[in-house]
Write a protein that binds this ligand. Structure first.
Ligand code: NDP
Ligand code: PYC
Length: 350
C-alpha cells in the first residue's frame, strides 16, 4: 500500500491483486462460497480499478448487509438449461447474476459461434454491479459483439407517470476492435444511477434539475430528497425523458418478461432489513461478427470511429475507464483511506 501520487491525498494505491484478494476474503467471510467470492471480488475490484466508483468498493457494505439479511443466497448453484440452439436459460437460484453468467459462458460462446447469435436468459438473480464487465471480455477475448440488459429496483418514474415503477435499468454494449480495446458503452436508462445519487447525497452535492423528484413528486436538486421517498427520472431531460423511459421499458421486457425474472416493481426487500440487491433477471445477447455479409466487421468499425473523430467526437465511451485502468495497473488502484480501513475490518469478519 503506497500513498497515492495520482489521486486525492486521502487515497491509497492498492495493487489490483491485493484489492481483489481482500474483497474475496470479505465475500467468503460474509457467507458466499469460494467460487462466488472469487467472481464477485474480481468484478468489484475491476470496477474500482477502472474508476467506476458507483459500483466498486462503495458497494461492499451493501453486499455484506444483503448477505447477512438472508435476502440472497451467496452459495447458490446456478442451474443451466440448454433450451434451444440459440437460447440458454439459467436459474440463478436466488444467487448473484455473475456466477450464473460464468456457469453458462462457454456454452453461450459456443452457441454464438455455431449459430451466429445466442441468448443467455438469467432469472432469479441479483445484480448489484456495473454491467460492462459482463460484456467487455466477450468482445476482447472472444471477438463477439455482446449486448446485455438488467433491471433493478423500482426507483424511476416512467415518463409522464406519478410513481416509481422502473429500475435504473442499464444497457451495456461491447464490440471487438482490431488492435484496440473493445468499443464499450454502459449506461443507466435513468438520468443518474442510484449509486451516484447515493454518492452525491453522502458528499452533500446537489444534482442537476431533471434528475429526480421528492416524495411530493416535485422536481428537486437535493439527492437526499430523491432518496427519502422521492424517485429518479428517466434519462433524456425535459423534452426527451420519453426516450429514456422507452428504453427502460425495453429493459424490463427483456431482462424480466423474457427471462422469467421479476420486474423491478415485483419484489419487496422490506422483509429482509439490510437487503439492497435487486432480485430480477438479466439478458445477454452474443453475436459472432465474423459472419457479417460482404464486409469485414472490424474494418467497418474503424471506418465509423474515424468518421466520428473527423466529426469532432474525440472521446469514445469506454475511454475514461481504459485510461484509469492503465493508471491503476501501473500505480495501484486508488482507494479512499477510510474505506480501505473499513474493508480491512470487514475482512476480519467485523
Ligand atoms: P455514465 O453516465 O457515467 O456513462 C455512460 C456511458 O457513457 C459510459 O460508457 C461512459 O464511458 C460514456 N460516456 C460518459 N461521458 C462521455 C462523454 N463525454 N463522451 C462519450 N462517452 C461518454 O454511466 P451511468 O451513470 O449511466 O451508469 C453508471 C454505472 O452504473 C454503469 O456501469 C451501470 O451498469 C451501473 N448500473 C448498474 C445497475 C444494476 O442494476 N446493476 C443499475 C444502474 C446502473 P466511460 O465508462 O469511459 O466513462
Ligand atoms: O446504481 O442504479 C444503480 C444500481 C441499482 C442496482 C445496482 N446499481
Amino acid at each position: 500500500m503506497h500513498p497515492s501520487p495520482v489521486s486525492a491525498p486521502e487515497s491509497v494505491l492498492i495493487p489490483f491483486d491485493e484489492l481483489r484478494s481482500l474483497l474475496q476474503q470479505i465475500f467468503e467471510r460474509h457467507g458466499t462460497s469460494t467460487n462466488v467470492a472469487a467472481i464477485l471480488a474480481d468484478n468489484c475490484a475491476t470496477a474500482q480499478r477502472d474508476g467506476a466508483l458507483s459500483h466498486g468498493i462503495f458497494r461492499i457494505p451493501g453486499y455484506v448487509s444483503t448477505l447477512k439479511s438472508g435476502w440472497v443466497d451467496g452459495k447458490a448453484t446456478p442451474i443451466v438449461d440448454d433450451k434451444a440452439p440459440g437460447f440458454i436459460a439459467v436459474d440463478a437460484a436466488n444467487g448473484f447474476a455473475q456466477p450464473a453468467l460464468m456457469a453458462a459462458r462457454n456454452l453461450l460462446i459456443a452457441k454464438a459461434r455455431s449459430n451466429g447469435i445466442a441468448l443467455l436468459a438469467i432469472r432469479r438473480s441479483h445484480h448489484f454491479a456495473a454491467l460492462w464487465p459482463d460484456v467487455e471480455p466477450l468482445a476482447r477475448d472472444e471477438g463477439l459483439v455482446a449486448i446485455t440488459v438488467v433491471n433493478s429496483m423500482a426507483c424511476v418514474v416512467p415518463s409522464g407517470g406519478r410513481s416509481a415503477l422502473f429500475g435504473t435499468n442499464p444497457i451495456a454494449f461491447a464490440a471487438p476492435r482490431a488492435g484496440s480495446e473493445p468499443l464499450v458503452f454502459d449506461l443507466a436508462t435513468s438520468a443518474i444511477a442510484h449509486g451516484d445519487i447515493q454518492i452525491a447525497a453522502r458528499a452533500g452535492h446537489s444534482v442537476p434539475q431533471g434528475y429526480g423528484v421528492d416524495k411530493h413528486g416535485q422536481h428537486t436538486t437535493e439527492p437526499q430528497e430523491i432518496l427519502d421517498g422521492g424517485a429518479l427520472l428517466p434519462f433524456g431531460g425535459e423534452h426527451g425523458a420519453h426516450k429514456g423511459s422507452a428504453l427502460s421499458m425495453m429493459v424490463e421486457v427483456l431482462a424480466a418478461a423474457l427471462t422469467g425474472g421479476n420486474f423491478s416493481f415485483e419484489f419487496d426487500m422490506r422483509t429482509h432489513p439490510g437487503a439492497q440487491t435487486p432480485y430480477t433477471g438479466q439478458l445477454i445477447i452474443a453475436i459472432d461478427p465474423s459472419l457479417t455479409s460482404g464486409q469485414n466487421f472490424a474494418d467497418r468499425c474503424e471506418t465509423l470511429i474515424a468518421a466520428m473523430s473527423d466529426a469532432g467526437q474525440s472521446r469514445l465511451p469506454g475511454t475514461r475507464r481504459y485510461e484509469q485502468r492503465k493508471l491503476s495497473m501501473e500505480h495501484g488502484v486508488p482507494v479512499d483511506v477510510a474505506r480501505w480501513r473499513e474493508l480491512l475490518q470487514l475482512a476480519e469478519g467485523q
